[in-house]
Design a protein around this ligand. Structure first.
Ligand SMILES: [Zn+2]
Length: 402
């Protein structure tokens, strides 16, 4: 059989009704952090569905009886492997969302929590795996599907996956991209600035140093200067990073004491290629300039360490535009849509960066639109679902037949 004939056979085997029904069934099973067992029910459901489709399935225990679901179509030689990956969890439903788990179909859309982010993609990936496995295609490398836990919290699932396998050379993450091809996203780092004061009685404030007053100067300088500094850095696909001063804490009871400590935490955007520490000099420069006018102003600047969070969490991500996985998705989309998808970047962060830091060549491509993800009117377009299932299937052949 020629590759063209294999492709045609696989495309014929992608069942539209199956993709739609499975998307609805996945949406109907809530899997946010408020659910008992979190993603357990949806994990069990997906595992059974993949088994019924004739795939080799395993449950990978990650934490607290929560597991990743791994399915495999075995390659017959040691060829290139591809992992289709998506998270099983969602954010909680919005109170404003009517029937968030009803998976209602209206016109060309399925509505519900997780429709775009990202149960639609999981259904499309499952249909693609099923079509490839039922076809006469003899893959050289493994085709894998990973339904992972905890992406909406601290990415425990993908972190466990890259540490424990299965290994893969390439991955397509199915986060919503509105059928565009995302090869870069921003990262972020938490920076803490701690102003140091000196305690004294409030009746003799000249004997102390008020850390809240010093911090006021720092806050003003940061909010004025940092956005300007960050605008100088720009990435052709994702623009400039932004900041948010997200927390301030200082002083307290007894209010008769001049406060000794005041801290702020600033979330600071990172561009591909930047490390967490690379923004520190901008903050140091601002504090040094303030100290010239006010020698009593003292502040420590640090990256906030969060032990529970893996090293690659929140880091920026970029894959080269000429990479094999980019070509594979482009070629597959060309065959299905009659055009190549726009190659672009995203403002959001996702598991793609963890895969990429583990050495897996990764792109993000999925049905659904990030604009409606997490919102009260989350939906996924049905034609996106059907097209993406076919694009995943062809991409699998492009990669795993080599
Ligand atoms: Zn997501």
């Amino acid at each position: 059989m020629s590759i063209r004939e294999i492709e045609e056979e696989v495309l014929r085997r992608v069942d539209n009704q199956y993709v739609i029904r499975l998307s609805q069934e996945l949406i109907k099973i809530p899997s946010h952090r408020g659910c008992e067992g979190h993603e357990r029910r949806i994990g069990e459901f997906l595992a059974e569905e993949l088994e019924r489709a004739g795939l080799e399935v395993s449950l990978q225990n990650v934490i607290d009886d929560r597991f990743n679901v791994i399915a495999r179509v075995c390659g017959e030689e040691k060829g290139q492997s591809l992992m289709l990956t998506g998270h099983l969890d969602t954010v909680p439903a919005s109170e404003k969302q009517p029937d968030p788990f009803a998976a209602t179909i209206r016109e060309n859309r399925i509505y519900g929590r997780g429709a775009s982010d990202m149960k639609g993609a999981l259904a499309a990936m499952t249909a693609a795996m099923k079509a490839v496995s039922e076809s006469k295609a003899r893959l050289k490398g493994d085709l894998l599907l990973a339904g992972v836990i905890g992406e909406e919290t601290t990415s425990e699932g993908t972190t466990h996956l890259v540490r424990n396998g299965p290994k893969t050379s390439f991955a397509i993450n199915g986060e919503p991209t509105n059928m565009e091809l995302i090869i870069a996203h921003k990262g972020a780092v938490l920076i803490q600035v701690a102003a140091k004061g000196k305690a004294a009685h409030c009746d003799t404030p000249w004997l102390g140093i008020n850390s809240i007053e010093k911090m006021s100067k720092i806050v003003l300088a940061i909010s004025e200067q940092l956005p300007r500094e960050l605008k100088r850095k720009t990435h052709r696909l994702i623009g400039s990073p932004t900041i948010n001063i997200g927390s301030i804490q200082g002083g307290g009871w007894p209010y008769t004491t001049v406060p000794e400590d005041c801290k702020i935490v600033i979330i600071t955007g990172l561009l591909p290629g930047e490390k967490k520490e690379s923004v520190l000099p901008i903050y140091e420069k601002i504090v040094t300039e303030l100290q010239r006018e006010d020698p009593e102003l003292q502040a420590d600047i640090d990256v906030v360490p969060i032990e529970t969070i893996p090293e690659a969490y929140n880091l920026p991500f970029e894959t080269d535009e000429s990479a094999v996985i980019v070509r594979s998705v482009e070629n597959s989309a060309q065959k299905v849509l009659g055009r190549k998808p726009r190659v672009t970047g995203a403002g959001y962060w996702c598991d793609a960066s963890i895969l990429s830091y583990a050495g897996v060549q990764t792109v993000i491509f999925g049905p659904g639109e990030v604009e409606c993800a997490h919102s009260a009117t989350e939906y996924v377009q049905i034609d996106h679902l059907l097209d993406s299932a076919r694009i995943y299937a062809l991409a699998a052949l492009e990669v795993c037949l080599r």
